[in-house]
Design a protein around this ligand. Sequence first.
Ligand code: 5MM
Length: 341
Amino acid sequence: MNLVELNKIATAMVAPGKGILAADESGGTIKKRFDAIGVDSTENNRRDYRELLFRSAKAMSERISGVILFDETIRQKGADGTPLVRVIEQAGSIPGIKVDKGAKPLAFSPGETITEGLDGLRERLIEYRDLGARFCKWRAVIDIGPGIPSYNCISANAHALARYAALCQEQSLVPIVEPEVLMDGDHDIARCEEVTEFVLKTVFQELYYAKVQLEGMVLKPNMVVPGKKCAKQASDMEIAEKTLRVLKACVPASVPGIAFLSGGQSDVEATARLDVMNKIGGVPWNLTFSYGRALQAAPQKAWSGKTENREKAQTAFAHRAEMNGLATLGKWTRELEKKAA
Ligand code: 5MM
């Protein structure tokens, strides 16, 4: 492992003004997204859609530090035969890969999951590195509900995240460590705060036991938000303050950066809250985005599977990338959002 090299990549992934595009939807998820816009989820359609994002030259070079790919995409070539990994690199962005095999039911824990994919991971990482990946992602899912999450679920997922992260660093790949506390349900923001704090503390304990070098990783957490069905929603300021409080209590300063997931927040909510956190500032890490839905919902709608909409979709993507890029600097405003739209 070359920690200097890992730190260089991790630092570039969270560079101010830029963030990560999560385009690693697995087969089921991308089908759901395409169903919503009336597009068949064929290999060519998935390729065409993702290629139009990666060929959004200005957004990719100015605002997207890295792209998380799915196994199919890292092996695909664009319409002109250029591997999509090269398209991303040529745009000045860093290719990465999702390496987990999804969240599966956790035995004897109804309603809870454990993310699988550790078997054979070392060999898969070697192949992904050869294909051009420079970082990886593994997502653990923690649901809040009556009687859950259990300690069993949190510790099993934290342990798996740490084993994954250590293997990545062993193979000179930067691990994105993603413990996602879901915003499904009717719990209040205090419950999300409590669970997120417990999860992050457990994850960093396991990372330490597994000898993961924090300078060579990126954390991808949820923001602290109330459940979607909670009667009492929270202001952007409250969300930003509670999220920062938890992060300060749990994340060592040696982590170069924190790239939030959007988790079902609306596009503008995800941008506004990131912006407030950066306006507050005073934290040792760069705070950025690693959004899937909050970057892609608009371009997907604009594209709707039609070649003639390609440019419209690229404009929509560039707009979200620009707004989120500004939010990483604490320079986003609602006026800018409207003007550019
Ligand atoms: C893009 O969505 C990712 C893949 O999800 P599946 O494995 O279920 O297909 C997901 O891991 C994503 O990277 C993060 O959850 C962040 O995405 P959002 O949409 O929450 O910003």
